[in-house]
Ligand binder design. Sequence first.
Ligand code: HEC
Length: 92
Amino acid sequence: MRKKGIVITVALLVICGWLGFTATSTASMEIQKQAKAAGVDAKCQTCHTVAMPKKGSGADELNDCGKWLVSQKEAKKAKEVDGAWAKDCPKK
Ligand code: HEC
């Protein structure tokens, strides 16, 4: 029975660690997922100037499409950027 307790503890730790990890950059991961669902071949660089934007500076590394998306947030009075808008991104 003791062994079972250890297994459950380890499983809980793994799940908590995973949740903590996925919560770090979910904002942009959502955007990318939405963009892909809308048929955009979305890589980080579709909207960012760098290949792997980091949390904290990610929003400072937006390219024209990324900046346009943020401007749409105000234009559409939306609370958050919707990745699906990326299909209307102005072409460079
Ligand atoms: C379809 C466009 C799009 C794609 C693709 C995209 N991003 Fe973003 N990302 C954005 C926008 C727009 C913001 C700013 C969101 C805001 O200010 O509301 C952002 C913000 C971020 C941030 C800052 C958010 C924070 O919590 O600090 C990070 C980090 C980030 N993106 C990482 C990534 C990574 C990594 C990828 C690729 C796996 C990626 N993004 C792909 C549009 C995109």
